[in-house]
Design a protein around this ligand. Structure first.
Ligand SMILES: NC(=O)C1=CN([C@@H]2O[C@H](COP(=O)(O)OP(=O)(O)OC[C@H]3O[C@@H](n4cnc5c(N)ncnc54)[C@H](O)[C@@H]3O)[C@@H](O)[C@H]2O)C=CC1
Ligand SMILES: O=C(O)C(=O)CO
Length: 313
């Protein structure tokens, strides 16, 4: 069994050694330009087109992340990046669920306990207690109730928050209100005081976080975007902040990353910027899942994390 590996920044030796330990029967190599030797599987993130273009014999291509929008966009821009008919698989959780719970909870509690405002008061040496928000009037809405959204919802319910989610199809998550489909998006948004975005970036969801959507939220709403920058109309957020429709936002992802040094988000008093770190790929847990999926494929079973290329995630 031959496995190809390519990631622009990961430590390839960590992956080579970890895969050899988990799959002693495999030969794992880092792909280099010009390498067209046979391979059965490829583990990739932002692969050059030439890496996979002629490899229609692959049994599986493993994206080294949860979101596959970038590799699908590469295929759109350079057809053949992903050979047709080869299963594309993504990481499902592999430690990203807990990280996303931590990230989202950090900002939910920052906003719910008005710590963002106390931080601004401190800059003015202002000793001024503020009227606390109450959970009864602080409903939280999660866009995207998949692997990560469900775990975030469960963590928030555990803290006593009222939580609703929005997805493509109905979801049954204990203690969480479920809305699905575009027709029910207004009902999901109505009254939502804190909105969390955990959608995949697809043709249906790109640009979904626009001013029209923000105006459907409760006044002085909060926004946490930990999905993709492509979801957010950045100028619309600045307008919503100026108009008071949005009180504050925590953003982990941006239309262009790294965020340009001159971007207004860096200095906006009501915007918190983090450098796409909400939930990162953890090699050991990722390799465990990838190897389990390889073994499933080798046994003719259905692996986890199969991507529907037409659906976009
Ligand atoms: N900032 C970061 O560090 C990270 C960001 N992410 C992002 O989080 C996203 C979600 O990850 P998972 O939960 O693993 O994905 P998932 O595929 O398990 O869940 C996606 C959810 O979005 C919903 N959805 C998709 N299209 C929709 C539509 N058109 N209308 C309504 N709902 C729709 C699905 O029904 C599902 O509930 C990833 O695609 C990625 O973009 C993932 C990991 C880390
Ligand atoms: O896995 C993903 O999709 C991420 O955004 C992590 O970088």
């Amino acid at each position: 069994m031959n496995i190809l590996f390519y990631h622009p920044t990961f430590n390839s030796q960590t992956w080579i050694a970890g895969l050899a330990q988990r799959l002693p029967e495999a030969q794992v190599r880092v792909w280099q330009p010009g390498d067209d030797a046979p391979a059965d599987y490829a583990l990739v993130w932002q692969p050059p087109r030439e890496m996979l273009a002629s490899r229609s014999g692959l049994k599986g291509i493993f994206a080294l992340g949860a979101g596959v929008d970038a590799i699908l966009a590469q295929e759109q821009q350079a057809p053949g990046t992903l050979p047709a008919g080869v299963p594309l698989l993504r990481l499902e959780d592999t430690g990203m669920g807990q990280q996303m719970q931590e990230y989202v909870l950090a900002y939910v509690l920052r906003f719910f306990r008005r710590m963002d405002e106390y931080q601004l008061q401190q800059q003015q040496k202002q000793w001024q207690p503020l009227k606390p928000h109450r959970q009864e009037t602080f409903p939280i809405g999660i866009m995207g109730a998949g692997v990560l959204g469900q775990q975030v919802a469960q963590a928030l319910v555990g803290l006593g928050f009222t939580v609703r989610c929005w997805s493509r199809s109905p979801k049954q998550i204990e203690g969480v209100g479920s809305f699905h489909g575009r027709d029910n998006l207004p009902a999901f948004l109505k009254g939502t005081r804190l909105l969390i975005n955990l959608l995949p970036n697809t043709p249906e969801t790109v640009g979904i976080l626009d001013l029209a959507l923000m105006k459907q939220l409760a006044p002085q709403a909060y926004l946490i975007n930990a999905a993709r920058g492509a979801h957010l109309k950045e100028g619309d957020l600045l307008t919503a902040l100026e108009q008071g429709q949005v009180a504050a936002a925590a953003l982990d992802v941006f239309a262009d990353e790294p965020l340009a040094r001159m971007h207004p988000f860096w200095s906006h008093p009501r915007v918190t910027v983090t450098p796409h770190i909400a939930a990162v790929t953890l090699p050991a847990q990722a390799m465990d899942q990838i190897v389990a999926n390889i073994r499933a494929i080798e046994q003719g079973k259905t692996p986890a994390g199969l991507v529907d290329r037409d659906r976009g995630y």
